[in-house]
Design a protein around this ligand. Structure first.
Ligand code: FES
Ligand SMILES: [Fe+2]
Length: 440
């Protein structure tokens, strides 16, 4: 293993390009960030019935989230203890009352404990008798959920889920509080995109307010033209034109939107879009919320100023529109993203359609918005793999951040404080991992 000089790689105002390209650093990230921190597995509603399961990766580990007979949600390594075969080959489904391996039919209860082994006498006198824990599936070290969103950590050590989420737990509060019942349900359609670039580009981009008016100019300007024409001809334009036209806001407008940067690299981009029109559906919906929570609380929930909440290092939540994107890194230059949207329980269909429109128009792989971002990240990866320079610059508004109670603010929405804060977290995860060997 090559020695790693973190002080050189991650500086307060710039980072070395190898943090996006190097296999050894990627392996360290997987082992010491993704396979230790709380990672999002999925939503409660994805595994409603006993035996329902959903598979995903936590770092490099294939995992399965499953509804047990006692109705609790378990997260297990998707691996047969006999010869290591993955037990669930599909993305999701129902596995009945247990798992059965497709290779030699060892079977397991939904909590992972071995149920039966064919011709079990063949193991007499060996270490693999059914009473040995070695014969059962291995569970994630910790599983917790917050408002129906299920997370697992593969490490016994570390902060609890609520402590880890910190202020960023508002992502799930904001999403659920917009339902009069306080709950959401995952829409069981998930787009999957493999981006040919490092996972960090995605995370940095979500709160990068300098890029939309450039990267998404063609879509934003076209949408604005149609939106203005419809307003002139019909008095109003559907809200979804607004989703796209705001991308063409000026640099000054973007610079006036605040970001708030939390511990562990999490952060918020405050709202930049008006999402409270006065059409009959919205008026009815807002009345429902105020009826459920009271005038004051209801208004507080409807007026929360959030566009994106980032939970570092893998989650981007657009809570006012019930969108969630989750990263599953595959290689230094390859990242899978899962793109989900949610239905607010107890609201009119027209309000759900807003989420669906945003899902399809902005976040799906079919939109120009997602395609434009993906193209930038691929080109960024190629540029960083070149010998044309060593550094990635995060100098924008450097020195202008203010800190209060460990939270970083910038008066400039386009400040690269976002990236500086994410690398502060990255540095502390990796430093904690390599320091013991550095000392030895
Ligand atoms: S590998 Fe699963 S039963 Fe043999
Ligand atoms: Fe973008």
């Amino acid at each position: 293993m090559q020695s790693i000089d973190l002080d050189h790689l991650v500086q307060p105002d710039r980072v070395h390009k190898s943090v996006y390209t190097d296999q050894q650093l990627f392996d360290l990230e997987m082992e010491h960030i993704f396979e230790k921190a709380w990672v999002y597995c999925g939503h409660d509603s994805q595994v409603k019935e006993v035996g329902d399961y959903f598979t995903m990766h936590i770092g490099r580990q294939p995992m399965v989230m499953v509804r047990d007979v006692d109705k609790s949600v378990k997260v297990l390594y998707n691996r047969c203890p006999h010869r290591g075969v993955e037990l669930c080959g599909n993305q999701s489904g129902n596995t009945g009352k247990g798992f059965v391996c497709s290779y030699h039919a060892w079977s397991f209860h939904l909590n992972g404990k071995v149920k039966a082994i064919p011709l079990v006498k063949g193991y007499d006198g060996t270490r693999m008798t059914p009473d040995s824990p070695d014969c059962s599936m291995v569970a994630a070290a910790r599983v917790e959920s917050y408002r129906g969103f299920v997370f697992a950590s593969l490490s016994k050590e570390g902060p609890g889920l609520v402590e880890f989420l910190g202020e960023a737990k508002v992502a799930f509060d904001d999403m659920c509080d917009r339902s009069p019942l306080g709950e959401v349900e995952a829409v069981p359609v998930c787009h999957r995109v493999v981006q040919h670039s490092n996972w960090k580009f995605f995370m940095e981009n979500q709160l990068d307010s300098l890029h939309p008016s450039v990267t998404h100019q063609s879509t934003g300007v076209s949408a604005r033209k149609v939106e203005l024409r419809l307003k002139k001809e019909k008095g109003e334009a559907p809200l979804f034109f607004h989703y796209l036209s705001t991308f063409a806001s000026s640099f000054d407008q973007w610079d006036s939107v605040q970001t708030v940067n939390f511990k562990y690299g999490h952060g918020i981009l405050k709202a930049y879009m008006g999402l409270r029109p006065t059409d009959p559906d919205t008026v009815k919906y807002e009345a429902l919320i105020k009826q459920a929570y009271g005038e004051e609380k209801g208004e507080e929930y409807l007026a929360r100023s959030i566009h994106h909440v980032l939970i570092y290092p893998y989650l981007s939540v657009q809570s006012p529109l019930q969108q969630l994107r989750c990263l599953r890194p595959m290689a230094p230059n390859k990242t899978l993203s899962e793109i989900w949207h949610f239905r607010l329980k107890g609201v009119p269909e027209a309000i759900y359609e807003r989420s669906l429109w945003y899902f399809n128009l902005v976040n799906s792989p079919a939109t120009m918005i997602n395609a434009d971002d993906l193209e930038n990240w691929t080109k960024a990866q190629l540029g960083l793999q070149s010998r044309g320079g060593e550094w990635v610059s995060f100098h924008r508004n450097y020195g202008g951040d203010t800190e209060k109670d460990g939270i970083l603010y910038s008066n400039n929405g386009t400040s690269e404080v976002v990236m500086r804060n994410q690398f502060k977290a990255w540095d502390s995860y990796i430093r904690a991992a390599i320091q013991p060997s550095a000392k030895a």
